[in-house]
Design a protein around this ligand. Structure first.
Ligand SMILES: Cc1cc2nc3c(=O)[nH]c(=O)nc-3n(C[C@H](O)[C@H](O)[C@H](O)COP(=O)(O)OP(=O)(O)OC[C@H]3O[C@@H](n4cnc5c(N)ncnc54)[C@H](O)[C@@H]3O)c2cc1C
Ligand SMILES: *[C@@H]1O[C@H](CO)[C@@H](O)[C@H](O)[C@H]1NC(C)=O
Ligand SMILES: *[C@@H]1O[C@H](CO)[C@@H](O)[C@H](O)[C@H]1NC(C)=O
Ligand SMILES: *[C@@H]1O[C@H](CO)[C@@H](O)[C@H](O)[C@H]1NC(C)=O
Length: 589
């Protein structure tokens, strides 16, 4: 037994054995349903602050939602919807102030009705994507596009514009398939302080409500326009990245569910060749993305310990790149998480039912085993802890953007071994132009990256400048738009000005919730109502709260100084300058 194993066992023994391994709920209260804190699935919002709320309710019916909203509105109290697990990284699921009310949709999770003939399905907003796609399949229907993780609720994922990948039909965003919504908003005293607004297809307010970052009211029901059940056939085409810029422009047109994973350090691109096939085509394949599988806690702790060692100044880029090669080999051996029959991977193509292929999240169903297994990001375990940057670039500009990313990579390929977490690589997905006011204004490619985040406030990460530069390149030169449910705070600076219909959205918000009860400090900042998303203070650029403009925004005491980007000179990034300080890298105690 090595010492890290002993430590891990000791650590496990310290965890109360009553705790269970499915993710915990994000709202916790000290006195029954009052004196609460709200967090997200990672146990940390972008700014590492705790969210406090005075109370929480768990309505089971729309009537109970109306009562909750009326009570808050009559008292002019802030309120906000949280969901079963609350997976958004920015501080979205937190009521404004410190004594607001939380409305959880955890118990609003039923199917309301399914009309197989018209292919319409109405569900309550707190339903998990997993349950929704299963209920659809049971009625012979499919939701064509969704995010890749099924632990999200339909209400939550719509709110942030979540998506899969497609340029066909209406594209990869889930909100494109919404044709009706019921939403409970505050109302004047004469109307009892709360009212239900029913939005049907063609109602322009639907373009505000489909992607609302939760500021309009409580969505209780959602009606989706589905398609006849189908299967998908998936395989991967692996190539070097010489023609990656050209491929980006065309891949999404060739394959209905095509996406692309780039491993910049290795110069390899995996193109997902993913097409619809008839339900009669044989195959019972299942997509179980490795990152979303239930992981033995000891393994997660060990992996994190390795990550932390590789962050130290005495680790070499060679060792870091070795970790990337190992990860790539594992993913390849395990068919990128696909199995041909739900058990083992025997080769591509993998053919399976849409609801088993569109999303995964086996870690949600972790047995109640006292945290012996869990999602890798479960905050009760000292496992993985990462940032997730996700921004879209107009499809027309994506080839030029990719070519510039390659140029930056060519300056120091080894830096990308740690700058980008190899478990996701750089994931590219397609989303089409939307009528949703806070949806993508033009056909776009979304770039997703996860990367190391320290548990210590203000602690820099190795090769931090790489992602910082890429992000600023995308946001400032290519009109990039941050995903509403991911990213670090600074990425939202100026974002709202890039939405041509932001004004229309704010008008609807003004009508539905004139007092801004459903708004919090963060939504006021990102919507340009009050304040700006950036926080300028010591270490702010290390924490992703600002773009640095002076060294103190980085960590000069640890050798990280504010410098121009290596390729995109207009970027300002925290760059490690070994000669710029004395004493070498110091890992704090
Ligand atoms: C592991 C993982 C994988 C992911 N994969 C993808 C992906 O493949 N594609 C993608 O686009 N995104 C992805 N995301 C991001 C995710 O889609 C968003 O963060 C999503 O908003 C989270 O949904 P949630 O149900 O957890 O909602 P929450 O995070 O709880 O809520 C999000 C916002 O919606 C509001 N809200 C929720 N329900 C309602 C309601 N009924 N009425 C009014 N407001 C409401 C909340 O107040 C909050 O403002 C992923 C996130 C994680 C953690
Ligand atoms: C709703 O949630 C409860 C509690 O988590 C769960 O037992 C039930 O299966 C869910 N219902 C549906 C239809 O998903
Ligand atoms: C990339 O692959 C192509 C063939 O697909 C080949 O012609 C080319 O030489 C390769 N480039 C590199 C840098 O390996
Ligand atoms: C790196 O430094 C840490 C202390 O900072 C030490 O514990 C570790 O053994 C060193 N690793 C190598 C490979 O030298």
């Amino acid at each position: 037994m090595d010492s890290s194993f002993v430590l891990a066992v000791l650590f496990l023994l310290l965890i109360p054995m009553a705790s269970c391994s499915p993710p915990q709920e994000p709202v916790m209260c000290t006195h029954g349903s009052s004196g609460c804190t709200v967090s997200n699935a990672y146990g940390a919002f972008t700014d590492r602050t705790l969210c406090r709320a005075a109370s929480v309710t768990y309505p089971r019916t729309e009537e109970e939602v109306i009562a909750t909203v009326a009570a808050a509105a009559s008292a002019k109290r802030k309120l906000k919807v949280a969901t079963k697990h609350s997976h958004s990284i920015p501080k979205l699921a937190c009521p404004g102030g410190h004594d607001g009310a939380v409305v959880s949709t955890a118990r609003l999770n039923r199917t309301v009705r399914v009309d197989a003939a018209s292919r319409l399905m109405t569900v309550e907003s707190g339903m998990l994507l997993r349950d929704l796609t299963e209920a659809a399949a049971a009625a012979g229907l499919s939701l064509p596009h969704s995010p890749y993780f099924y632990g999200l609720t339909i209400g939550g994922l719509l709110s942030t514009g979540a998506h899969g990948s497609s340029l066909w039909g209406k594209g990869g965003a889930a909100h494109e398939y919404v044709v009706g919504m019921r939403i409970v908003t505050p109302a004047p005293a004469s109307k009892g302080f709360a009212m239900v607004r029913e939005l049907v297809a063609g109602d322009p307010d639907l373009d505000a409500a489909k992607v609302s970052i939760g500021v309009l009211g409580v969505v209780t029901q959602i009606t989706l326009s589905l398609q006849p059940a189908f299967k998908r056939s998936v395989s991967f085409v692996k190539r070097n990245d010489t023609d990656f810029p050209e491929q980006v422009a065309t891949w999404g047109r060739l394959h209905e569910f095509g996406d692309i994973t780039w491993t910049p350090a290795l110069g390899v691109v995996a193109y997902r060749q993913d097409d619809r096939v008839d339900v009669s085509v044989p195959g019972n394949g299942v997509n179980e993305l490795l990152l979303f599988r239930s992981t033995p806690t000891l393994e997660a702790i060990k992996a994190r310990a390795l990550e932390e060692r590789l962050q130290q100044g005495n680790a070499t880029d060679m060792a870091r790149c070795e970790a990337v090669r190992r990860e790539a080999a594992t993913a390849e051996r395990l068919g990128n998480g696909f199995t041909n029959d739900g058990v083992s991977f025997t080769g591509f193509p993998v053919v399976g039912h849409q609801h088993r292929m569109q999303a995964s999240g086996a870690c949600l169903d972790s047995p109640e085993d006292g945290l012996a297994t869990a999602c890798v990001w479960d905050p009760r375990v000292r496992g993985t802890f990462y940032y997730n940057t996700a921004f879209s670039v107009p499809l027309s500009k994506a080839p030029a953007f990719v070519a510039e990313m390659q140029k930056l990579r060519d300056l120091n390929p080894a830096a990308f071994c740690t700058a980008v977490d190899p478990r996701l690589g750089v994931l590219l997905r397609y989303v089409k132009a939307s009528t949703a006011y806070l949806g993508k204004p033009v056909d776009s490619v979304v770039f997703d990256i996860i990367y190391y985040r320290s548990r210590t406030d203000g602690m820099p990460r190795v090769h931090a400048d790489v992602v910082d530069e890429l992000e600023q390149l995308a946001l400032n030169k290519y009109g990039g738009l941050p995903h509403w449910g991911k990213n670090r705070d600074f990425a939202f600076d100026g974002a709202i000005a890039k939405y041509p219909n932001a004004g229309k959205f704010l008008k609807v918000k003004g009508r539905y919730d004139p007092e801004g009860l459903f708004s919090n400090e963060w939504t006021d900042k990102v919507l340009g109502v009050n304040g700006t998303p950036s926080v300028v203070e010591k270490h702010c650029a290390i924490e992703g709260l600002c773009v640095c403009s002076e060294d103190s925004h980085c960590a000069p005491e640890l050798g990280y100084f504010c410098r121009p980007g290596k390729m995109y000179k207009k970027a300002r990034v925290c760059s490690f300058q070994p000669s710029g300080h004395r004493g070498g890298w110091q890992k704090p105690a």
